[in-house]
Design a protein around this ligand. Structure first.
Ligand code: PLP
Length: 404
């Protein structure tokens, strides 16, 4: 049996909470039986509570890429003009689905260490009044950067456009919710900040998005990419579209119980404090964050540039083999340039910042780089000693985006 490393500080998948793993061993329920139907309605209700949404969310059985593709297939039609906002690898990738399902796709792209500027979105909407849909990735994980989702959502609402947001690696780790951010289709994951296992996508869909999807002649039905198939799945007595992934649902149920019982604000604080302590340690080691300013760095991942003269994989392997700390490599454009320390779910535990920084300082020394592990550990600890940072809010102000 493969053994997980002692400290899995990855950016997804992440270590699942023990209570999640225990719940996955609960008995399989028959989907036609009322016990399952009640259980399923309860889980959907808990997702709604966590998402703070007025409408019932949908849970798709597949990891988050399924939900993102299904959102494109269901909401975007041939008559749509899509504004795809690109500040990183996932944002860029969304353009492929938008082009497959949409009429025209306009891209607004910034360097992958920066955030989308809401003012530029406003100008793009003025330029093209025929834009009907905006696609945006909230936290583009390969860069560790946050986009000003609520500002973009508000602009879209004023314009009359719909927003599809990828909140896969931010939801559950900070204050981001579909209704508050004016997001119409909000895609989240069980396997990142919620600390469940991979396999389920959580999608918040508001009433206006449902109406739009139903009116979209190109929206699929009887398909794994269909959202319509799931609209009524949580109503009593409705047959389930496919055989439910029971173990995953049980795990998600436990993850939601943990999230709601700990208190979302406390969970976000845990993410924010871990990130702040990690960044204090990184700075003390002389390492630079990949995001151009700390103000746009997400609380769920610290992405830093690998110092010159050191290979990313050598540093990753030293961290793992010598110290049992597993971090993520870069991805796409950031591959080879960065390493990523995840602060998600059980990994968002403040003292784990100290673990990561101690291991990183030691690994860098081993590879011949400068940097004093002791000083860096002290810096991380000092950050933990200080007042708790306010939980990071869902919005990134324009000033912050331009700050350096
Ligand atoms: C992880 C991630 C995804 C994909 O999620 P999977 O569960 O790997 O399919 C999509 N978007 C972002 C921003 C992510 O971090």
């Amino acid at each position: 049996m493969p053994v997980a490393p002692p400290f899995m500080l990855t950016t997804g998948p992440v270590t699942a909470y023990p209570a999640v793993l225990n719940a996955m061993a609960r008995p399989v329920l028959y989907d036609g039986h009322p016990a399952f139907q009640q259980f399923y309605r309860d889980v959907v209700g808990k997702v709604r509570q966590a998402m703070r949404s007025a409408a019932l969310p949908v849970i798709l059985q597949g990891d988050a890429l399924l939900g993102l593709e299904a959102a494109a297939a269901s909401l975007i039609g041939r008559r749509d003009v899509v504004l795809n906002l690109v500040s990183g690898v996932y944002g860029k990738g969304y353009g492929n689905w938008a082009r497959r399902h949409g009429g025209e796709v306009i891209e607004l792209e910034v360097p992958y260490d920066e955030a989308i500027d809401a003012e530029a979105v406003r100008r793009a909407l003025l330029d093209r009044p025929d834009i009907t849909i905006i696609a945006v990735c909230h936290h583009d994980t390969p860069s560790g950067t946050l986009n000003p989702l609520a500002e973009i959502g508000l602009l879209a609402r004023e314009h009359g456009a719909f927003v599809i947001a990828d909140a896969v690696s931010s939801f559950g780790g900070m204050d981001v919710h579909p209704d508050a951010a004016h997001v119409d289709v909000f895609v989240a994951s069980a396997a990142k900040c919620l600390g469940a296992t991979p396999g389920l996508t959580l999608i918040g869909i508001n009433d206006r998005a449902w109406a739009r999807i139903k009116a979209n002649p190109d929206a699929p039905r009887v398909s794994f990419l269909s959202l319509l198939d799931w609209e009524l799945a949580s109503e009593p007595g409705r047959p389930f579209p496919v055989t439910p992934s029971l173990a995953e649902f049980h795990g998600l149920d436990a993850a939601l119980d943990l999230y709601l019982a700990e208190g979302p604000e406390k969970v976000w604080q845990r993410h924010a404090r871990t990130a702040a302590a990690t960044r204090a340690g990184l700075a003390a080691l002389g390492l630079r964050l990949w995001p151009k300013s700390e103000a746009i760095a997400a609380p769920s991942a610290s992405v830093f540039r690998v110092p010159d003269g050191i290979e990313d994989k050598a540093l990753r392997d030293t961290l793992l083999d010598r110290y049992g700390v597993l971090v993520s490599l870069g991805r796409g454009f950031t591959a080879g340039k960065v390493l990523r320390i995840g602060h998600m779910g059980p990994g968002a535990e403040p003292l784990l910042a100290v673990t990561a920084i101690a291991a990183l300082g030691a690994a860098l020394r081993r590879l011949g780089a400068k940097g004093d592990a002791g000083v860096a550990v002290d810096a991380a600890l000092a950050s933990l000693d200080g007042p708790s940072p306010a939980a990071v809010v869902h919005d990134v102000s324009r000033e912050a985006v331009h700050a350096d």
